[in-house]
Design a protein around this ligand. Structure first.
Ligand SMILES: Nc1ncnc2c1ncn2[C@@H]1O[C@H](COP(=O)(O)OP(=O)(O)OP(=O)(O)O)[C@@H](O)[C@H]1O
Ligand SMILES: [Mg+2]
Length: 482
């Protein structure tokens, strides 16, 4: 089992969320820190300048090149008096960079600051500024400004203050930060869960439908939903399911047809074989009068003829249905075909005391003359066999809607309504007892139907209002080349 969509989403989401949150936070904290530093520097700078100016104008008289002890004590007192109100520590350094006044107290006096770069700058007459991290994680800022007397540097005001750093901020807000991060993760989890459900629901449905189908429930279909892609998958799946279902139905139908065919064939074989065997056994027993023996022999001949006719018919059917457009086609006149069929059946028609007449004209068709003669012959055979003696079978030729028509009508009993849909099935007899007696196996019309199909034509049976039945054969007419 691979990682589910939810886990993948969660990982992706957390990655995006954490990196962007951390990046943004770091950027804004950085901005905040430098903003605070800038503001503080401005204030320290102003303050340092102010004090430098004050010292210069209040204490340094004409030609004075240093601040005296008394003056420094006075300045120290003033700074200490203001002490709690000033935001920074202020030192006054002499011309060598050594502290003579410190707002933090007398301990800071006499400390040498001359090595610090910002102090060095101020001693050289410039503006010195520096930031340094101090022990408690805060950021210290240092501003040095020269004190001038008549353009000569006599000292330096040195101010410093500290402000928060990113580290001190994070430290101070640690608890709140933990709460925010936890909340953040919870919100991400919730969003991921919702999103994962939303995104994976159509996929889950699809997989459920596919599994159900694979499990044998062929009626199940997926409901197209969700994104365009999942909809397309669902539609494709449904199309596939339809196709598979259709194929299964066809396969089952084919299977049933095969089984029926085999049992039909064996059933058809049994009757003549039983008759032949019975007759042969009786003859073998001996002691059969001459004329009776003759009757048995006739039975054997008749039944074996029936068997070979059956074998021939089955072979014909198999050939026609198995062949794929391999009929030897040529231009055929249906009139000639019909006349030949009647001629071939004349002995039978005579025995049955029926007549067959060919009337009308029809366009020529493209076809296999022998097969087409078999079609017309089978139809005339059925019609005459089932008609009363003295009746006429009409073979009528016509043209309709660009088709060549052969219509065979009889004056027989007609076809039972419920038999009509099955008439062209193999081994189908509308009235089994009557039809079997007349010797048919029920293959004639199946052969007709197969041949007609191979000629791209149609055949249809109906009862006539005036009695008897009508078989209508339609074939594509061959249009004469101009
Ligand atoms: N003109 C017709 N009038 C009434 N019933 C018919 C007619 N033609 C066919 N049938 C019915 O249709 C059945 C099937 O005909 P089909 O020609 O396939 O078989 P068959 O004539 O019984 O046997 P076979 O043709 O194999 O010798 C017949 O048994 C018969 O019941
Ligand atoms: Mg027949």
């Amino acid at each position: 089992m691979r990682t589910p969509i939810r886990t993948r989403l969660l990982v992706a989401f957390l990655l995006v969320a954490v990196t962007s949150a951390a990046g943004l936070s770091y950027y804004f904290l950085q901005e905040l820190e430098s903003f605070a530093l800038r503001k503080l520097e401005e204030r320290l700078h102003t303050q340092s300048r102010l004090i430098a100016e004050l010292v210069s104008s209040a204490y340094l008289a004409e030609g004075d090149s240093a601040i005296s002890r008394g003056e420094s004590d006075e300045i120290a007192r003033a700074l200490q008096a203001a002490g709690p109100d000033i935001i920074s520590r202020i030192r006054l350094l002499d011309g060598r960079g050594v502290a003579i006044v410190d707002s933090a107290g007398p301990d800071g006096v006499d400390v040498d600051y001359s090595h610090l770069p910002e102090v060095e700058k101020a001693l050289a007459g410039g503006y010195g500024a520096a930031t340094r991290a101090i022990d408690d994680g805060r950021v210290g800022i240092y501003i040095a400004e020269p004190v001038l007397a008549d353009g000569i540097i006599v000292g330096v005001t040195y101010s410093s203050a500290s402000t928060f750093s990113i580290l001190t901020l994070l430290d101070a807000y640690r608890l709140r930060l933990v709460v925010v991060v936890v909340l953040f993760i919870i919100v991400t989890l919730v969003i991921t869960e919702v999103l994962a459900r939303w995104l994976s629901r159509p996929l889950r449905e699809l997989s459920d439908a596919a599994s159900a189908f694979a499990g044998g429930d062929h009626a199940v279909r997926a409901t197209p939903m969700g994104s365009r892609e999942t909809r397309q998958v669902a539609e494709a799946l449904n199309a596939m399911a339809d196709e598979v279902e259709r194929m299964l139905v066809e396969l089952r139908e084919e299977e049933r047809a095969k089984t029926r065919f085999v049992s039909d064939v064996s059933h058809e074989l049994r009757t003549p074989l039983t008759a032949v065997r019975g007759a042969a056994e009786t003859l073998l027993d001996g002691d059969v009068p001459e004329d009776e023996a003759r009757r048995f022999l006739e039975t054997i001949v008749r039944e074996s003829e029936r068997l070979s006719r059956l074998a021939n018919d089955l072979l014909t059917l198999q050939r026609i249905e198995g062949a794929t457009g391999e009929l030897p086609l040529r231009r055929v006149s249906l009139k000639v075909i019909a006349e030949r069929a009647v001629e071939g059946l004349q002995p039978l028609l005579d025995i049955r005391e029926t007549t067959a007449v060919v009337i009308g004209e029809s366009p020529a068709v493209l076809g296999d003359p022998d097969r087409l003669q078999q079609v017309v012959g089978n139809l005339i055979d059925n019609a005459s066999r089932l008609s009363p003696s003295g009746s006429v079978v009409h073979v009528e030729l016509a043209a309709e809607n660009g088709q060549a028509i052969v219509r065979i009508t009889d004056e027989g009993p007609g076809i039972p309504e419920d038999a009509l849909p099955h008439l062209f099935d193999r081994f189908f007899r509308a009235q089994p007892s009557r039809d079997r007696l007349s010797g048919g196996a029920g293959l004639g019309l199946a052969i007709v139907s197969a041949i007609v199909k191979a000629h791209a034509g149609t055949i249809e049976a109906a009862n006539r209002a005036e009695g008897g039945s009508v078989f209508t054969l339609r074939l594509p007419a061959l249009h004469d080349e101009p």
